[in-house]
Design a protein. Structure first.
Length: 298
């Protein structure tokens, strides 16, 4: 999906496979649960965003491997925990039994915990015997801070808490957007900004453009998810279709109707494409990824 036509999902699969070798896992079952949850499935949207944003700003693929793997490990950890009976109680993930069904609840909790820890270990320079130069240390510190903020109370964890409290309630559009900006959008934004940080870009017009783009596709992604929960099948989306309605969760489709949600997704798509203008040709692959986000069927 990049201008160099590198197969980013294939690359991140290899990076993740190496990261999950885990000779000191403590338990073969724990290692198996981590590998089961991470490898062999998923759209790899978030690591691809790291790669595309970073390479658009001049970073090498090698410099982006650690942050790309870190965001995917965090994403999978969140899915493992979200699927637990105490959370969303989902039996399917990526077309097969969710981690707690394939193993057990305790192992799923530990697998999620360990995936989160591994993500930050990678960002810190796992296995590196050489002290990084000051610029590299600054980039890694910035990426660690971005990821921590994206998954904490201001981001993913806060959004999930709002989601749990919203079951059976009717949220207005502003509250729904706030919930999804945190729960789903924050990690998507973080992925883009970590790519920028890996390229040494922390501010300025290109950084602002990428931030706006990421905000738009983060919202578009969640709107499309809500649409697919209504229009998709369990086989096509890889998880139980209609689960949001069954759990009486507020969604864009329940608030705006199906056509209203489609119009909202299209508006965010247009916003994302407009945001990329300052990048010129360097933003072409990011534009194609925005097309995918609103056109995907799973």
């Amino acid at each position: 999906m990049a201008g160099t036509r590198i197969d980013w999902p294939a690359r991140i699969e290899q990076v993740l496979d190496r990261a999950l070798t885990l000779p000191e896992a403590g338990s073969a079952r724990l290692r198996e649960a981590m590998r089961y949850s991470v490898l062999g499935g998923g759209k790899r949207l978030r690591p691809t965003l790291v790669y595309l944003a970073g390479t658009a700003l001049g970073a090498s693929a090698e410099a982006l491997d650690d942050p790309a793997a870190a965001v995917e490990l965090i994403h999978v950890y969140s899915l493992v925990h979200d699927d637990l009976p105490a959370m969303d109680d989902d039996d399917l993930r990526r077309g097969r039994p969710s981690c707690h069904r394939a193993f057990d609840e305790a192992t799923a909790i530990l697998a999620g915990d360990a995936l989160q820890a591994l993500a930050f270990e990678l960002l810190a320079g796992r296995g590196s015997a050489v002290r990084p130069d000051p610029a590299e240390a600054q980039r890694r510190l910035a990426m660690s801070r971005l990821l921590a903020q994206g998954i904490g109370t201001a981001g993913m964890a806060g959004g999930q808490a709002i989601d749990l409290e919203a079951v059976g309630r009717r949220l207005d559009l502003a509250a729904l957007q706030d919930m999804h900006r945190r729960k789903t959008g924050a990690l998507i934004e973080t992925s883009v900004l970590m790519g920028a940080a890996a390229a040494g870009v922390f501010e300025g017009p290109l950084h602002a453009a990428l931030h706006e783009y990421a905000s738009a596709i983060g919202l578009a992604f969640q709107i499309q998810d809500d649409i697919l929960d209504v229009t998709g099948t369990t086989a096509s989306i890889g998880k139980v279709a209609g689960a949001d309605a069954a759990h009486d969760k507020p969604t864009y489709t329940s608030l705006m109707g199906l056509e209203g949600a489609r119009a909202a997704a299209a508006a965010q798509h247009a916003r994302a494409l407009a945001a990329l203008a300052p990048l010129g040709a360097a933003g072409a692959e990011l534009a194609r990824l925005a097309d995918f986000v609103v056109g995907r069927a799973n």
